[in-house]
Ligand binder design. Sequence first.
Ligand SMILES: NC(=O)c1ccc[n+]([C@@H]2O[C@H](COP(=O)([O-])OP(=O)(O)OC[C@H]3O[C@@H](n4cnc5c(N)ncnc54)[C@H](OP(=O)(O)O)[C@@H]3O)[C@@H](O)[C@H]2O)c1
Length: 266
Amino acid sequence: MDFREMVCVVTGASGGIGRRTALDLGASGAQVCVAARRRERLTALVDAMGGPEAGHSWVVADVAQRDDVRRLASHVEERYGRCDILINNAGFARERPFDGPGAVGDLELVMGTNFWGTVFCTAELLPLLAGSAPAQVVNVASMAGRLALPGASSYCASKFAVVGWSEAVRPDLARRGVRLSLVEPGFVPTEGFPQRGLCGHRLLRHALASEADVARAILEVIAGDRSARVVPRWYHLLEVPRVLIPPLHRWAQGRAAAGFHRLSGP
Ligand SMILES: NC(=O)c1ccc[n+]([C@@H]2O[C@H](COP(=O)([O-])OP(=O)(O)OC[C@H]3O[C@@H](n4cnc5c(N)ncnc54)[C@H](OP(=O)(O)O)[C@@H]3O)[C@@H](O)[C@H]2O)c1
């Protein structure tokens, strides 16, 4: 697909999947506006993509703060006057059992960025996206938005919310000429998700995907007509027991939960 003349906004672009996606979009000819909270990472990224002269820009924004997101949308409107693609990628995880201290606070924080950040960015940029139609929104969810993981209740809640909300609002956006797609990665070693257990495992490390795999899937989803894409694709199979053999699914979840509680203490 020819991304020249396209204006893309990537949130959570200061590292990991978002950074890789911004670089790939820039290399494909798009003008990219990158957003996150760490300014120095964003300026370095814009320089690596060719600088403001090549049409790229950055905005320091916490997507959980609606005023920051309004500032991001104003910047995109003033600088470019259009927005063709929004990639809602900013996200993080907290791991702890729900029956310990701090779990509710974690849930508020994680929902703030992963769910409300996605909603705020889509809402604030929608007028510009609709005005640039045909346009696209890609929400980076997770397999944890389809399959519940023990110890990651706040993260799973946020990603299930992103998946459910995305599927429900898709027709509303389509009426405005904006296509919404989901990209749902499995396990990808990044700064925020080091996946140490899997990286160090002789067999399970083959189940890991890379930042580049997910960035490629995001660009493929934009270029194609799929409404959802799992990375790697075979992770779809993990949903089969939940749908077709629920007792097997509950047994596997129970085993995983027992392992998590053993590792995380009483
Ligand atoms: N890695 C995995 O295994 C995996 C699997 C499934 C889904 N995902 C999803 O993929 C997305 C990217 O994750 P990643 O693996 O690339 O993690 P990462 O390397 O930790 O990057 C996360 C990015 O999000 C930004 N961010 C976090 N909170 C933010 C906030 N409140 N406002 C603005 N930006 C914020 C961070 O930048 P600042 O700190 O500078 O703000 C950073 O750029 C997330 O939505 C994650 O849930 C990851």
